[in-house]
Every structure is written in structure tokens, then in C-alpha cells.
Design a protein around this ligand. Sequence first.
Ligand code: 5AD
Ligand code: SF4
Length: 450
Amino acid sequence: MNVYDAQRMSDLLGAEGYAETSAVEDADLVILNTCHIRERAAEKIFSELGRLRALKAARAEAGRATRIVVAGCVAQAEGAEIYRRQSAVDVVVGPQSYHRLPELLRRAERESRVIDTDFPAEDKFDFLSPPSPGRIRQRGVSAFVTVQEGCDKFCTFCVVPYTRGAEMSRPLGAVLEEVATLAAAGVREVTLLGQNVNAYHGDAGGRPASLAQLCAEVARVPGIARVRYTTSHPNDMDDGLIEAHRREEKLMPFLHLPVQSGSDRILASMNRKHTSAAYLTLCEKIRAARPDIALSSDFIVGFPGETEDDFGETLALIEKIGFASAFSFKYSPRPGTPGADRTDQIEEDVKIARLARLQALLEGQRQAFNRDMVGRTLDVLIEKRGRHAGQIAGKTGYLQPVQIEADAGLIGAVVAVEIVATGSNSLFGRLAHPPAGRPPEFVQTPRGSV
Ligand code: 5AD
Ligand code: SF4
């Protein structure tokens, strides 16, 4: 979502005459878009700000002004602290008020420091400028679209309900309009984003639309070949959405469904409101609807009070389900969350050891999943030129990167690729003849023809 937000900030400032640069030394304005989810992410910003302060001073000596903005969830949660620790910062803006950036920058010319961490009543999406077709093309054929923000679940480890605020969904029509703009400029794949995306209930002419309905409508936008969504909570995975995975061909067979832990005791103290067995049953149900679906998850090790047995239950759940990929983290106490106040925090070395064991298991599953692809012919959306000359790169429906020896003219097409080998992160393949019976427009739709 931060990638999406950063693009929207760039679009907004593009309308004000700013252009992007890849060299920070050239920038008159630097925006750090920050993440507060774990301590490590939050700490990075202070070291980055130290570097930017030196840069600002050097540019000032050369007679060039530099404005520094801190945006995102660290700005939201620690705005005052940022000012206290780093005098070089001009503007602090939270994730719900960045549509006000042009005005905040103007204010910063008059006042020394400006902070906006409101949760405004207005909908920021109504104030954002749409990207130009050129910018959309630059960003590639796969795009993110935020459809839902915030969270009301209050898992006891998580800052999101505090930094992103209460759950809200964008109206269905607004999302479709944005997707149509993207598709008209050549986007073929859309990932619908939300911290709790499957709780989506955007307005559709006076009635709430479900995520299943949204996916179906996005899939019907001309030019869109693939639809994904992330991230989901198990308790919001309703029957309609599971059905959509059976019915909707363009909904990709990959589902990121965080479980966090396999221990019922830990799940309860995390306030996840489901058991390990319920998650397992849910995965079985999803697989019954879409047998080839690849599952992915998030895991936290070393939540306060986690015993060796609790951790063993997480490993057992992973063994039972089998994940195509996963993200896993050591528990990081976050200010203001109930987990941070617990007195039974787990020692760092225990967390490190558990994370290593967990990741070894998950990595084995990921590699096995990838090895399984060798010899198969898969649809690949070609996204860009590959690592080496004469190569192109794309993704399978299961989100695996694939390198193919073929012409860059295929960028934007969904092509049938025979997988011949696996590397550590990518698959390697060659163009295959499409299997019989496949609708021809699904095989090759060169970019721009939509
Ligand atoms: N410590 C460690 N991991 C966390 N996550 C969220 N909060 C924390 C925390 N305090 C992880 C969860 C979540 C993912 C986005 O980040 O696994 O699903
Ligand atoms: Fe955080 Fe996700 Fe739990 Fe919401 S559902 S509190 S975003 S972990």
C-alpha cells in the first residue's frame, strides 16, 4: 500500500509541476514514505533522515533549498518525535491526509514546520489526481489499486488500527473508474489492496458491494486479464469470495491469508478470533473451490507467552497446509498495542532461533512448490525486460517470477510458457504452444491493443 500511496503522492505533485528523479541529490523535495508495522522499519527512517539532513545542508551551501517530508504511518504515530529528533524535517503528513500535500508544502514556506496527522472527514481519494497515461505505462502492466483502508480488528500485536484508522471502503464505481483509467493505458493486472481487503463493503448505488462482486466487476473492465487482492483476514473469507475463486477465471489462483500462529492459545491472546482448526478447514474449503490455488501466509514468532509447544503447533500447521510462499517475522513490540505491555516477552535469542526453524520449513515448501512447476505449461503475464539481453520477465498466476528468452514486444501479453528449470527465486521457461481449446485472445494480447 505504501507503493500505491507513493505513486499517488507523485501524481498529486506532478500536477503541481514536480517531476520524479532517481537521484536524491537532485531533489528539491524528498518524501520519505514510512512504515510503522515493525520496529526495524520505523528505526530505518531516523538513519535515513540523518543522511538527508547532511544532503540538505550541502545543497544549501550550493544555494539550493531542499524540502523534506515524512509521510506514512511513522509520521502518523510519531510526528512529534520526528520533529524532536530531526530538525531538518519540514512537513509531517499521515497516510490519511497526504492529499493535502500541495497545501502543506505552501504552508511550510510560511511556517517553519507543518504537521498534519488528522483523520479528515473528507475522502482523500476524491482529491487525488489521476496519473497520466505516460506515468501509468512507466509503472508497468501490473498495478495496485487501494480499495479499502484501515482496520477494526485490533490484533494485539498490530499498529494498523491506530495508524491507518477505522476501516473504510472506496465506492465500487470509484474503483472501477480507476481501473478503467489504468487499463486504457495498458495495465493488464490489478491487485486490489486493503489492510483488511476482504472486509470490503464499498457503496454500490446505496448498497454495499462485497469483494467478490468487486473482483467480478474489475475482471470485466476491458483490457484487464488478471485480478488479485491482498491482504485478507481468515474471518472475512466468506462463501461468496470462495465461490469467486471457483467461478472467476481472471481471479488468480494465489491467496495471501495470514494466520500468524498455529497455537490456539496464542491466536486467542493475539485477538485473532479464530482457531488453528478453523483456519485449516477454511484452507480446505478454498482448495475444494479452486484445487490449484497457492496459499501464502504471514507468521509471527515469539509473541509474548509463546512456549516451545505453541511454536511447535505453528510448525505443525505449516506442515499440514503447505504454503507456496510466506512472510515471517520476530514479534516486535509496538507502542500503544496491548502486546507491548505484556510482561512475558520472549527473549531475543529464542525468537531468532524459532524464526530460523520456521523459515527453513517455509523455504523448503516454497522450493518444492516451485520445483513442481518444471515441465508444466503456465500462463505468464510478461511485465518487463529480463535480467539479461534477449530475456523477458513475467509472473505466473501463482506470483512466481519467470525469466524467458523472448522478444520484449510481448510485454503486456499473457503467454503460455513451458517451465524448464527453477532458480533460487525465479523460474526459467520458454514460449510454448498454447494448449488446445484456449480462447485465442487470452494467449497473446500485445500491449496497446486493448
Ligand atoms: N511484530 C511482528 N510482526 C508484525 N506484523 C504486524 N505487526 C507485527 C509486530 N508487532 C506482521 C504480521 C502481519 C504483517 C503485515 O506484519 O504478520 O500480517
Ligand atoms: Fe493488523 Fe491485520 Fe490484525 Fe488488522 S487484521 S489488526 S491489519 S494484523
